[in-house]
Every structure is written in structure tokens, then in C-alpha cells.
Design a protein around this ligand. Structure first.
Ligand code: GDG
Length: 469
């Protein structure tokens, strides 16, 4: 295979144990092809007084066979490109939250500037046959900027978050420019069929795109293959982690502490898309409507801190803390607290132990591109005595994980009923559902995802030739 060049907002050293499954999976391909991974270093450099803040220098390091190229950002670029356009505009709009979007024009200027900076720094590092794989909403215009500098490379883009329906997208000032920028790619990947169909409807109605083949759209003088490539996890890696020392310790401690109780778990970044207040209300409803769950059902909610510089994240934190305090105050006993809320990041090696010890996982986002926690929970279970996944129908994962208990997180009573059903599900049913779910996450794991995306990108030229014939 040709050399793979990955570009994403942040890069991770694939050799480090803390790196998630995605970094490991990308790292394997990058390692095998002697590839390059480029992104922001995570560092902010303060600019010279008076003038425009200086651009960070490209720092190139070797991590095994992989070259990591990172650049620092100026304060202004970071605040407009990252905090501003990426996380105060694209993240809320793409998660259907127009009410939380802040359409400040300075943000868009910073977003374009950083994408231009990435393109200028990346182009000299590229070889003609490279496959360039760009990740996520921070870098949508990168291919257009590379093309403007003369790049003829095969460039693919994967959107990790949802793409909203055309009318929501159309509320974004400059949406035409943004979607046009997607046509600079050869392949555009989405998490779900729903996202791909939103793209299809949008480009046909707003950009007069022509459908010229299966999943092939032509507009602005270019043809793009746009379809769903649902991301998976490295099931074996996560299962192996489950049997590691830290995970076993966590599992045993939890089992011991909760031997007479029913443990439920939620593991999320503290993000408003994850539906945490709705989830806590559903749990409160469970305690109110099913008295037998009092003194028994205990929810451990890990809410790892994220993007705390953005106001909406402070608001959701306050709301969540208030709700957890209220429910513990109303229902708690000297020897039992219904909710254990932890606003910290748990060590990755401990996560599978917590997942395995929990009888039920609550994965109830209001909207989510995929949601990997749902898949990690399944991978960590004991097939002989597995737990039950309660999953929002609005997570991309719900298109695949049909044997989970699917819920509408806005329906607090309905979700409470599903939690009750999960807590009381007979062993045979739990086993049958788990077996089916495990099969699904194995068939469409992260290696399948990476292979299918890169194969599609590698063969775009052949596809173009076929179309011409
Ligand atoms: C975006 C899209 C899409 C969570 N808490 C802790 C922790 N985590 C890990 C989980 C999982 C990852 O973070 C979260 O992945 P998700 O998929 O659930 O969500 P996002 O971060 O929003 O990711 C999403 C994903 O991209 C991939 O394409 O699925 O839809 O929004 O791996 O285990 N890890 C550790 N401590 C924690 O406290 N170590």
C-alpha cells in the first residue's frame, strides 16, 4: 500500500499505552507504510506584542517507523480556530444544537487561517503517491487549501461527528462554502447511514450535485465518493486490557463493594451532546417508580473534563452537579448513595474492569457520531454473565447495535423503564443479546474501518477511470 499520511487536530504517539484504540489502529497502518501524522502540538505560543501572533514551527519527531509532525498555535489562532469555530460553531451545529452556536465572524477567519497554515506546512512533506487521510471537523477545508497550492494527491476525509439534516446545516452562515470544501476530497466518510443520507440530500438540493454512481456525487467540477464507514474499536486490544492487572483489580474491588447492589455505569466526556442530565433524570425516575431499586441500584458516572474554556461546558457541569446532589440528597441513605459522580478522567487500563463489573451501561447521548463507549462496554463483558447495554437511538452506534435496549433519551419515563428491564433481564436473554452484539463489533472493528476507508481512497483513480469508460 502507498504511504499513509494522517492529519488531525491532535496527534498521539501510537506506541504509548494511554493512546486509545483509534491511535493504535492508525498507528499500525502508519507504522507499516512508514507514514506521517500531522497535527497541532497542543501548545500555544504567545505572539509578539502589537503584531499578528507568530505561527508555531513544525516539529518533526520519529515514533518508531512513524513520523510525527506537530505545530504550535498562536493564542489568537487557538482561540478562533479551536475554541471558536470548531467548538462553538461546528460542534454544536453538527450535534443539532443551533441554540448553543456562536456565529462570530472572527472564528471563521481563524479557522481558515489555521487550515491554510496546516496546508502550507504539510505540502512540502508529501510525496506524489501518498494517501492523505484528514480527520474531523477541525480540518474540513484542508483539502481545498492543499488543492489551491497545487496538490494532486488522493485525499480522504472522515467526519467523526454527525452531519445534521440539510435544514439544520443551512442555518450555518457559510454552509455553502463548507460543504463545497468537501468536494476537494476524493473520499468523504461518515459514521452512519443517516449522516450519509443528510449529505446526499443536502448536496442535491443546495449544490445541484449529480449522482453519477453508487455513493458518487459530482459538483463544482469534482467527483467525490461519500458514504458511511462506521468506526469500530480494537476488540481484541480492549478484551486484553480487561484481563490486565489494573482492570482485574478494579473489577474485583467493584464486585466486592457492590456484591449486594446493582451497579450501573456511565462513561463520557462531560459534553452536552452526551445527554448526562437526561440520563440522571431517568435514573431518578427509576428510583421514584420502582421502589425495589432504592438502596440497590447505584450509578457510577465518570464525566471526564473537556473543553472547559467554552461556556456551554461550564453550564452543563453545573447542571449535572446540581442534579446529582439533589438525587443523592433525596434518596441517599447512610450506607447507600444512588449516584457516584466523578469529574475526572479514569486511567484507560481501569475502564474495562469498571465496564465488566457493571450490570448495566447507560450510553444515552442526545446525538453522537458513533460512541465508542457502547462498543467498549460490550467488549469488556464476560460472555457467560454479560451486562446489558442501554443505548440511545440517537448514537450512530444504534444503527449497528440493534440488540442493545434502544431508548429515546428525551423520554425520561421510557428510559427508566428500559433501565428497569435491563436490571431484571434473565441470564439467557443477556447472553443472546451480548453474543449478537459482540459479533457485530468484531465484524466491523477498527481494523475493518481503516482498511475499508483506505481501500476506497487507494482505488479512487480506478473508480474515476471506470466512470469515464
Ligand atoms: C468522537 C465522537 C465517535 C471516556 N472517558 C474516559 C475515557 N474515555 C474514552 C472512552 C472512548 C473515548 O474516550 C470516547 O469516545 P466516544 O466515541 O464515546 O466519544 P467522543 O470523545 O465524543 O468521540 C464519537 C468518536 O469521536 C470516534 O470516531 O465515536 O461519536 O463524538 O474510547 O473509553 N478514557 C479514559 N478515561 C476516561 O475517564 N482513559
Amino acid at each position: 500500500m502507498a504511504r499513509v499520511v494522517a492529519v488531525s487536530n491532535r496527534v498521539a504517539d501510537p506506541r504509548k499505552a494511554a493512546a486509545g484504540g483509534l491511535a493504535v489502529a492508525l498507528g499500525e497502518t502508519l507504522n507499516a507504510t512508514g507514514g506521517l501524522w500531522m497535527g497541532w502540538s497542543g501548545k500555544i505560543v504567545e505572539g509578539a506584542e502589537g503584531g499578528r501572533p507568530g505561527e508555531g514551527e513544525l516539529k518533526v519527531q520519529q515514533a518508531g517507523n512513524v513520523t510525527l509532525a506537530t505545530l504550535d498555535l498562536s493564542r489568537e489562532d487557538h482561540d478562533t480556530y479551536y475554541l471558536g469555530y470548531s467548538n462553538r460553531v461546528l460542534w454544536p451545529v453538527f450535534h443539532y444544537r443551533l441554540d448553543l452556536a456562536d456565529f462570530n465572524t472572527a472564528y471563521l477567519a481563524g479557522y481558515r487561517r489555521v487550515n491554510q497554515l496546516f496546508a502550507r506546512q504539510l505540502l512540502p512533506l508529501l510525496k506524489p503517491d501518498d494517501l492523505v487521510w484528514v480527520h474531523d471537523y477541525h480540518l474540513i477545508p484542508l483539502a481545498a487549501e492543499l488543492r489551491a497550492l497545487g496538490s494532486m494527491h488522493r485525499i480522504g476525509f472522515f467526519l467523526h461527528i454527525p452531519l445534521p439534516p440539510p435544514l439544520i446545516l443551512a442555518a450555518l452562515p457559510g454552509h455553502e462554502w463548507l460543504i463545497r470544501a468537501l468536494f476537494a476530497y476524493d473520499v468523504v466518510g461518515f459514521q452512519s447511514e443517516a449522516d450519509a443520507s443528510h449529505f446526499s440530500r443536502y448536496v442535491q438540493s443546495e449544490a445541484n450535485a449529480e449522482v453519477v454512481g453508487p455513493d458518487l456525487y459530482r459538483a463544482f467540477g469534482r467527483t467525490v465518493l461519500a458514504k458511511a464507514f462506521p468506526i469500530g474499536i480494537d476488540v481484541d486490544e480492549f478484551a486484553a486490557l480487561t484481563h490486565g492487572k489494573e482492570a482485574r483489580q478494579t473489577y474485583e474491588t467493584m464486585r466486592e463493594q457492590y456484591s449486594k447492589r446493582q451497579l450501573l455505569v456511565g462513561i463520557d466526556r462531560l459534553d452536552y451532546s452526551k445527554g448526562l442530565p437526561h440520563r440522571i433524570r431517568a435514573f431518578q425516575e427509576l428510583l421514584a417508580s420502582y421502589p425495589e431499586s432504592r438502596r440497590s441500584a447505584t450509578l457510577i458516572q465518570i464525566a471526564s473534563p473537556t473543553r472547559e474554556d467554552v461556556d456551554a461546558y461550564m453550564d452543563i457541569r453545573r447542571e449535572l452537579e446540581h442534579l446529582c446532589g439533589q438525587i443523592n440528597g433525596d434518596y441517599g441513605e447512610l450506607d447507600w448513595m444512588p449516584v457516584r459522580y466523578i469529574h475526572r478522567t479514569l486511567a484507560r487500563k481501569r475502564l474495562p474492569g469498571l465496564c465488566r463489573a457493571a450490570r448495566v451501561a447507560l450510553v444515552t447521548p442526545l446525538r453522537d457520531g458513533m460512541n465508542l463507549v457502547a462498543k467498549e462496554y460490550i467488549a469488556a463483558q464476560d460472555p457467560g454473565d454479560p451486562g446489558v447495554l442501554v443505548l440511545s437511538r440517537f448514537a450512530g452506534a444504534a444503527e449497528q447495535l440493534r440488540e442493545a435496549l434502544l431508548v429515546n433519551p428525551y423520554d425520561v419515563q421510557g428510559t427508566a423503564r428500559a433501565i428497569h428491564q435491563a436490571l431484571n433481564m434473565p441470564l439467557e436473554e443477556r447472553q443472546a443479546r451480548h453474543q449478537a452484539l459482540l459479533h457485530r463489533i468484531r465484524t466491523h472493528d477498527v481494523h475493518w474501518w481503516r482498511r475499508s476507508f483506505l481501500e476506497a481512497l487507494e482505488h479512487v483513480d480506478a473508480a474515476a477511470r471506470q466512470r469515464a469508460a
